[in-house]
Design a protein around this ligand. Structure first.
Ligand SMILES: Cc1cc2nc3c(=O)[nH]c(=O)nc-3n(C[C@H](O)[C@H](O)[C@H](O)COP(=O)(O)O)c2cc1C
Length: 168
C-alpha cells in the first residue's frame, strides 16, 4: 500500500510498505522507527494509505486516513521473530533513510551483525517495529465506464460510521 506521511512543516512524503494485517483495530505495517517515515510519524501522527487493484472490476482504489501509533513491543517481537534471518540481520544493519556512502559500507555492516549474532537468535532491534493506523475515513472507489465511477465514503462518528457518496 502507499503510505503518505507529513512532517511538522506540512512537507509530505509517500512510499510503499507492506500491509501486514488489517482487522477491527486498523491497519498494521512494520518499519524502522528511526527512518524518515518514523521521524515524520513522531512529528505528525496522521497518515493516509492508498491501495490500487488494477485488475478487479474496472479498477478499485481504497483510501484510508487516520491516526497512527506504535504497536506493543510484544507484537513487534512476535512479528520480528517470524521473519527470515536475513531480514532480521538487515533490520540491524540498515540505518534506514540515512545517507549511505557506498554499498560496501552496508555490506560490511551486514557481515558485522551476522558475526555478532552467530549461533544465536536475532533479537528485535529497538528501532524496528510496527504501527497501527486507526482509520477515521475510508473511501472505496469503483471504476466505471466513461469515468462514471462510484465513490463510497465511510466517516467515523464516535463509535459508528456514516456512509456517503461523492461525485467522481
Ligand atoms: C513492494 C514494497 C514493499 C515495501 N515494504 C516495506 C515495509 O513493509 N516496511 C518498510 O519499512 N519499507 C518497505 N518498503 C520500502 C519503502 O518503500 C521505503 O523505501 C523505506 O521504508 C524507506 O522509506 P522512508 O525513507 O520514507 O522512511 C517497501 C518497498 C516496496 C517497493
Amino acid at each position: 500500500m502507499t503510505l503518505a506521511t507529513a512532517d511538522a512543516d506540512g512537507r509530505v512524503s509517500a512510499r510503499i510498505v507492506l500491509l501486514k494485517g488489517v482487522d477491527a483495530d486498523g491497519f498494521r505495517f512494520f518499519t524502522n522507527y528511526e527512518s524518515l517515515k518514523g521521524a515524520q510519524l513522531a512529528a505528525h501522527p496522521q497518515v493516509a494509505l492508498c491501495f490500487h487493484w488494477k485488475l478487479l472490476r474496472e479498477q478499485i482504489q481504497v483510501r484510508v486516513e487516520g491516526a497512527v501509533s506504535q504497536v506493543s513491543a510484544a507484537e513487534s517481537d512476535a512479528y520480528f521473530a517470524s521473519r527470515a534471518r536475513g531480514s532480521q540481520i538487515g533490520a540491524w544493519a540498515s540505518l534506514q533513510s540515512q545517507a549511505l556512502p557506498d554499498r560496501d559500507t552496508f555490506e560490511r555492516r551486514v557481515a558485522e551483525f551476522e558475526k555478532r549474532f552467530e549461533g544465536a537468535d536475532v533479537p528485535r532491534p529497538p528501532h524496528w517495529g510496527g504501527y497501527l493506523v486507526k482509520p477515521d475515513r475510508i473511501e472505496f472507489w469503483y471504476g466505471a465506464k466513461y469515468r462514471l465511477h462510484e465513490r463510497v465514503t465511510y466517516v467515523r462518528e464516535g463509535r459508528s460510521w456514516s456512509k456517503g457518496l461523492l461525485y467522481p
